[in-house]
Design a protein around this ligand. Structure first.
Ligand code: SAM
Length: 287
């Protein structure tokens, strides 16, 4: 199915939408690629989708062509208004958009709550990791959304899905894996974008699951992982000093050797230590 709208290159020309670096703009024109991303969104045809940064509408139009039941996009660049208005007219009642900063948007409120809700985006590189961290640290779990299908720089994608012991493993892997399944779907070469960025990109999909340690407070885990992975070359017991924790006592309590480093521990083990700290904060305080 095509959407009877002009090709994206014409849209860019017609509305003078040359990509601006300050907005993190690298546009996708290849319909095969955008439709492939859209098809990766689970149950798209029954779902409400939130998109960050539609720009001239490449991924937006692919999501609509593939049959999204509802799509709401938030774009910061006002230059995109006429292009987005054309899409809105073509998909009346299905597509809507807001101009503003996605960091301040409340997507749960923008989407119909009677349908499964998903997030899909070719994220602006300057706010991508912040948005992801916000979505992964929602207090209520499972959260309001059922999946995230997101484009990142490949290096960030690798940090999200990293396994213990690897160079990429750290805070982001723990936050994205302790109560979600995170996987890399496919790489996207720099030449697929206009203008091409300096690095390869990749699509990541994250699906929330039931937490293994439901009582562990996510804020506690955020603080723990920031300290544990903040000084990678240090042993964990030393890295935890910034939290005023007796790291040796904590590791002993958890049954770990006192020379262990954070990157050697599995996501579950990191969570277990954070939970032990949560439950024994007084006893573990350093004097
Ligand atoms: N979705 C389009 C595509 O795939 O071709 C554009 C993707 S481009 C990488 C990122 C888009 O996010 C740009 O349109 C940019 O203007 C927009 N953007 C940047 N910062 C934003 C923010 N804080 N909130 C909402 N949109 C933002």
């Amino acid at each position: 199915m095509s959407d009877n709208l002009p090709p994206l290159r014409e849209v860019i020309e017609q509305y003078d939408l040359r990509a601006k670096k300050s907005f993190g703009q690298n546009f996708l024109f290849d319909l095969n690629l955008t439709r492939k991303i859209a098809r990766a969104v689970p149950h798209l045809t029954e779902s409400s989708v939130f998109e960050v940064g539609p720009g001239p509408g490449g991924l937006t139009r692919a999501l609509l062509m593939e049959g999204a039941a509802q799509l709401v996009s938030v774009e910061k660049d006002t230059r995109c208004i006429p292009a987005l208005d054309d899409i809105k007219a073509a998909y009346d009642g299905v597509f809507n958009y807001h101009i503003g900063d996605a960091l301040e948007a409340n997507p749960a409120k923008l989407l119909d709550a009677d349908k499964p809700r998903h997030i899909a985006a070719n994220l602006p590189y300057n706010v991508g990791t912040i948005l992801l961290t916000n979505w992964m640290t929602e207090k209520q779990w499972k959260p309001w959304y059922q999946s995230l299908t997101l484009m990142f720089q490949k290096e960030v994608a690798e940090r999200i899905v990293a396994e213990p012991g690897s160079k990429a493993y750290g805070r982001l892997a723990v936050l994205c894996q302790w109560r979600s399944e995170a996987r890399k779907l496919f790489d996207v070469p720099a030449q697929a974008f206009t203008p091409p960025p300096k690095v390869t990109s990749a699509i990541v999909q994250i699906v929330p699951t039931d937490p293994v340690l439901p009582e562990l407070d996510v804020r506690r885990l955020e603080r723990f992982t920031a300290a544990a992975f903040g000084q990678r070359r240090k042993m964990l017991r030393a890295a935890l000093k910034s939290l005023n924790i007796d790291g040796t006592a904590l590791l002993e309590m958890g049954g770990f050797k006192e020379t262990v480093r954070a990157e050697e521990l599995s996501v579950l083990e990191i969570c277990q230590l954070a939970k032990l700290w949560q439950d024994n904060e007084g006893a573990l305080k350093r004097n």
